[in-house]
Write a protein that binds this ligand. Structure first.
Ligand code: PLP
Ligand code: COI
Length: 340
């Protein structure tokens, strides 16, 4: 029995659900892992995750389909990205099977909280890998915790599919050119808190960061990747070693090329060439596709398509992506993993 919640107005907020998965790594191996009702982590005060940021996380969603079943969207991609994050921070990898099995267990155990089909809401899963134990020098931990918890969510940005405005940031970077920008680690988000709060106080949805070396190219949004659509039917999204390789972005590159006959390009998005974009958006698991109305850069305010209406190509891509995620449109091979 699904619980009764205001499914259409959930926003993006933590909610403590009955069950989460937890697994411990000790003496060079992962234990079996299990579901638990305990939502608190019991870790050493000296855990490297707390002091030196030795941790990484993921974000993916479970979708209720029309027939009432539940499915995950490309969880193998999240597992592989967490493995790359683990490699970068000298943490043990969580095998793909273990990762997907953990996600499935959490979805099944909290089935009452998987939002009903048609509400647009989803169950957001947050896998987390942290280094723990009694270590105070700057060393990798010897023990780790892998946990997956979940909560029902709606829109990440207030507008949903209505465009909102973003602030291009010159003063702060979220990551260094050869730093940890491509890994999903808390440190990248810690550095984004101050500029993010400033932008939100000024009424923007989020910050758009520039390439940290030259500040001449758009890199990504604080919580999502950036894409632009040109009048020549090109889908362009930045390529850089310091942005998070977004699974949504790679899915859109594929769909743009293979289903809409667009030219899909990972390349440069120069600040002095914004005029070539007739539409732009932010894409990510939480953000889904959030149209960007305008961007503020210094005194300049640049509108892409419209500050109030979503552009036709952005809408088309949104319908295709979410249609696949909710099981209404046939998915490319291997993109959907059924939970039941
Ligand atoms: N960029 C950042 C900084 C993010 O936090 C996210 C969210 O995961 C993304 C991009 C989008 O990645 P994905 O589409 O894999 O969720
Ligand atoms: C996600 O989209 O899953 C993310 O991790 C973004 C996060 C900032 C909410």
């Amino acid at each position: 029995m699904t619980v009764e919640l205001d499914w259409e107005n959930l926003g993006f907020a933590y909610r403590k659900l009955p069950f989460r998965y937890i697994s411990y790594y000790k003496d060079g191996q992962w234990d079996e892992g299990d579901l638990t009702e305990d939502s608190k982590l019991h870790i050493s005060e000296s855990s490297p995750a707390l002091h030196y940021g030795q941790q990484g996380f993921e974000g993916l969603k479970a979708y209720r389909t029309k027939d009432g079943s539940v499915q995950l969207f490309r969880p193998d991609m999240n597992a592989e990205r967490l493995q790359r994050t683990a490699d970068r921070l000298l943490m043990p990898q969580v095998p793909t099977d273990k990762f997907i099995e953990a996600c499935k267990q959490v979805v099944k155990a909290n089935d009452d909280f998987v939002p009903p089909y048609g509400t647009g809401a989803t169950l957001y899963l947050r896998p987390l890998l942290i280094g723990v134990g009694d270590i105070i020098g700057v060393h990798p931990a010897e023990e780790y915790i892998f946990t997956v918890f979940a909560m029902p969510v709606g829109n990440y940005f207030k507008g949903g599919l209505a465009p909102t405005n973003f602030l291009i940031q010159d003063k702060y970077d979220r990551a260094a050119p050869q730093g940890t920008g491509a890994a999903k680690v808390g440190g990248n988000y810690a550095s984004s808190l101050l500029p993010g709060n400033y932008a939100k106080d000024k009424g923007f949805s989020d910050v758009i960061y520039l390439d940290p070396a030259t500040h001449t190219k758009i890199e990504e949004v604080g919580s999502a990747n950036f894409f632009g659509i040109t009048a020549d039917n090109e889908f362009i999204t930045p390529y850089s070693p310091s942005i998070l390789p977004s699974i949504t972005k790679y899915s859109l590159l594929y769909l743009a090329e293979n289903r809409f006959n667009m030219k899909a390009i990972e390349g440069e998005v120069r600040l002095d060439e914004l005029d070539k974009f007739v539409e732009a958006g932010a894409c990510g698991t939480a953000a889904v596709i959030s149209p960007i109305g305008g961007v503020q850069h210094g005194d300049d305010f640049h509108v892409f398509y419209s500050e109030t209406e979503v552009g036709p190509v952005t809408r088309k891509l949104y319908n295709e992506l979410t249609g696949i995620q909710f099981g209404d449109i046939e998915a490319p091979e291997g993109w959907i993993v059924k939970v039941d």
